[in-house]
Design a binder for this molecule. Sequence first.
Ligand code: NAP
Length: 576
Amino acid sequence: MSDGSNALRGATCDEFDVVIVGSGFAGLYMLYRVRELGYRARVFEAGSDVGGTWYWNRYPGARCDSESIYYSYSFSEELEQEWPLLERYPAQPTMLSYLQHVADRFDLRKDIVFNSRVVSATYDEQRNSWSVRTDTGLEASARFLITAVGCLSAANKPEMPGQERFKGECHHTSEWPHDGVDYTGKRVAVIGTGSTGIQLIPEVAKTAAHLTVFQRTPQFTLPAYNRGLEPTYVNEIKASYPDLRQRCRESPVGTPYAPSDRSALEASPDDLRKAYEEAWAQGGAKFLGTFTDIMVSVEANQTAADFVRAKIDEIVRDPEVAEMLKPTSYPIGTKRIPIDSGYYETFNRENVKLVHLGRTPLVGFTEEGLRTTEGEFPADIVIFATGFDALTGPLLRMNLVGRDGIELKDKWAEGPRTYLGLATTGFPNLFTITGPGSPSVLSNMPVSIEQHVEWIQSCLRFLQDCGADKIEATPEAEDAWTDHVNQVAAKTLYPRAASWYMGANVPGKPRTFLPYIGGVGNYRKICDEIANSEYRGFRIPGRPTVTDVRFETVSRYAAAPKESEKNSEAEKVEAT
Ligand code: NAP
């Protein structure tokens, strides 16, 4: 370990205290925090610049689904005061500039090596250190390895028969060419109608000669109603930041909005309609929080789903197309809800055709385009908006090998097993920022990232202070947490959808609920309590190890208990 001298930083030696993988929101902040500990750190980044998600996802229409007033770092008051807030939902170029600004403002670039993808990382027990290798042949070793690789960064590229024969261009939305794609006057095909496809499709339809949309599963989507922000509103927000940030940290999903305490099942049809109309008119995913039981009660969920299906009928002129666009096979919200700018309206255009693969599956590529069981669809450009191998994909693709030669891909063959989503048994000194089993994708990401980064920094400081250089989750704690993650998910409707939350979008991936749905505020309390107990559930040589770790089953999406159940609940369910 270094002596804490800043003078060591910048040396060419390939030995570091910490290697961080990735320079998006998580990697940049982690670097900032480990520097405070006096550690020598190296960041490896696959891209040619910082930005992570906002560096890679440059497709037309790419925009953040979280509001700019809270989708940002909170750790620097100067930063949050100086950065201009222009639109309700920041566009991809704005987010990329923000992260570039952060890298420059805090002088972070000098410890980042770009164009270097980590392809293997192996723990050496003798040396108690991680050896990291990149696709460019760089090697580095470090006591601690911290992954900041994002949850949605490993592209899902389905194999399609005949793709090599196709004479046109193919692009995946998350690897969009930096100089753009010119689809003016071209015939374009888009495969996939998740959040990405739903942002991309209205934009492409505006200039393409013809657009064919290949939809496998219809999606519920909600209007974004993006707009410019008034300077007076921005000033008010900036003046209230300490309070706003605190509300985010304590909330279920990392946003400043108070959750509803009303049950949809107790509302009259008139009240339901009024409440949903109001939420629809405001725009955004808050719609799903109109009632407290939408994500836990099938009947309550049905009221929200019926409302959106009726909206599709109102918006889409051709009743057959409207019917094809209506989701019926899963509860609303259990596949991550997109927000859109004119998605359903796009199907009223003359130059747009919807092909429902649920009825007529894709057969594959031809030389001229795509073929389904219904016929052939010519295209000059095929865009894969087919998503990601979420949460586990980015970690497994790094070929992590832990103690005794355990490979992460073998350890997680039946699904991820973690302690708090931050650590996994058999992989000492590895920390996974927003890893599987943490709120991550079910939250406003910067809030969850800051919480993890600060927790890791405190943990490293604790190790420094007690002269320890090794920490590993115990198997008992990992079992308890993994069971807890599943038990909390089972209290919701989420496991009912074939979603990427469940690993269902990637052929052969185990079906298990990947993030933690207990809520950002609850989760933070659990993590803090573990840190305050001197890292219960972790083994630190030279310190007592507490293996008996238990978690109460809480749910951020709980229906208010019925009178008869109030005093007899076996489990504590926190109504939010
Ligand atoms: P996604 O939600 O997984 O959607 C992928 C789409 O491709 C789905 O419609 C899927 O159909 C389809 N698909 C996958 N494999 C296919 C195949 N072999 N044949 C035909 N269709 C196939 O991916 P995404 O849209 O990229 O979004 C992923 C996540 O990224 C989002 O849920 C969100 O969390 C995040 N995101 C955020 C933003 C934002 O904040 N602005 C924007 C974009 C994405 P099925 O539904 O049948 O699987």
